[in-house]
Design a protein around this ligand. Structure first.
Ligand SMILES: [Zn+2]
Length: 404
């Protein structure tokens, strides 16, 4: 975002290059595609809606005209499990960061408590399956940025006890113990304390999320972790050259250790043209959007998320930013599947934290992805994996590694 979760960077190669590695299959029966989608366990590993939940007036149970996520639209999209992101800017550190993370965890817990028929807080792969069988949406927690542990493993353990099941090691700036992909190298990967964090996450059974980290940090994590790791919301750098995306070598290495890369839906990570347009003329468009966001929202991050998205769409409408279509998401999934294997791809939308492509204005659009994957020739079992089965496998392996 912009000042926010993921608006920052954008890309460079045409998404067209990614067009299905598979031969187009026979035409897909739309009814069968819908049935598969609603029958499968669909998991989204990254949603920034938590910022909106900080407003006591926000109700996840109501249908909203803005934003990307609420219960009615999650139902329409056939979403079975969602990781709500606990996120504050990486420049906020120390005890303040810890406290703000706890406040956000409480905000998610309040929404779950307010909607017991629709939502249930879950911490295991089995919990997700059970929730799906009961017809409830499994809510999980992910901490987006190691700055929120305040350089103290006791806080990591506290988050785990509260139900947090992944931590993204950095956000868009370095933390004291790990480098970010969008900051200047400092530790060149993990330092000694960073290695302790990884070991403790393995011990607890908390997934390690390498989205946002530098390539060197990624390599250090992979060399050290005894359990598979995930990218909760990262797309393919071969299709969109930004530091936030993963190159083919990283995709292969992640897969070789059993991990899953969850494709990010942000237009600036999907399409090079969009990324280039944002960065052109010293980032003139990006800066103008940022300035308007601050003018309208101040430091209200929920407002910033919604407004940033609206301002980006205004610029697509007036032609200053290119239009990116939703099927670019599937181009990235197909690329990752070709490079890393179909068992190592998933969905990490970045809903309510990024600029969504056209046709994927909110979570209700998810069934289109299933139909498109089938149309591109993936087998139903492979599609189920990409929708959520692959992540369930990682969660089980992380849980098993912690028991050892
Ligand atoms: Zn992010």
């Amino acid at each position: 975002m912009r000042a926010l979760p993921d608006h920052i960077a954008a890309c460079a190669v045409s998404a067209l290059l990614a067009l299905s590695s598979l031969a187009a299959a026979a035409p897909v029966d739309p009814t069968a595609a819908r049935k598969l989608h609603f029958d499968a366990i669909v998991i989204d590993t990254h949603d920034d809606t938590t910022q909106r939940m900080l407003d006591p007036a926000f109700d996840l149970g109501e249908r909203h005209a803005d934003g990307n996520i609420d219960i009615p639209r999650m139902r329409e999209g056939g979403l079975d499990a969602v990781f709500f992101s606990i996120w504050i800017p990486g420049t906020v550190t120390g005890e303040v960061a810890v406290q703000r993370a706890l406040t956000q965890i409480a905000a998610v817990q309040r929404q779950v408590a307010a909607h017991p028929r629709d939502l249930v807080l879950v911490t295991t792969a089995d919990g997700i399956r059970k929730a799906a069988a009961e017809g409830r949406i499994a809510v999980l927690l992910g901490v987006e940025g190691g700055h929120m542990i305040g350089n103290d493993l006791a806080n990591l353990r506290r988050f785990f006890a509260l139900g947090v099941r992944y931590m993204t090691l950095t956000h868009s700036v370095n933390v004291d113990w790990a480098d970010s992909s969008t900051d200047r190298p400092r530790n060149v990967g993990l330092n000694d304390f960073g290695r302790e964090v990884v070991r403790e996450m393995n011990r607890l059974g908390m997934m390690i999320d390498i989205s946002h980290v530098s390539d060197a940090t990624f390599d250090d994590v992979l060399a050290l972790s005894t359990a598979p790791v995930i990218a909760s919301h990262s797309s393919a750098r071969a299709l969109c050259r930004v530091p936030r995306n993963m190159n083919d070598r990283m995709l292969r290495d992640l897969a070789a250790r059993g991990g899953v890369a969850h494709v990010n839906f942000h237009m600036g990570f999907l399409a090079q043209e969009y990324s280039n347009a944002l960065k052109a003329n010293d980032g003139r468009i990006d800066k103008s959007i940022d300035a308007q966001i601050v003018e309208r929202c101040g430091d209200n991050e929920a407002c910033q998320i919604i407004t940033g998205s609206q301002l980006a769409r205004e610029r697509v409408t007036n032609g200053t930013l290119p239009r990116v279509e939703w099927n670019a998401i599937v181009d990235h999934m197909a690329h990752a599947a070709r490079v890393a294997g179909v068992q190592h791809v998933g969905l990490g939308s970045d809903f309510d934290g990024a600029d969504m492509p056209y046709g994927m204005e909110d979570v209700s659009g998810l069934p289109k992805i299933t139909a498109e994957l089938l149309a591109r020739g993936y087998k139903p079992q492979e599609v189920r994996g990409m929708l959520g089965g692959n992540l369930l496998r990682v969660m089980e392996q992380v849980e098993a590694a912690a028991r050892r």
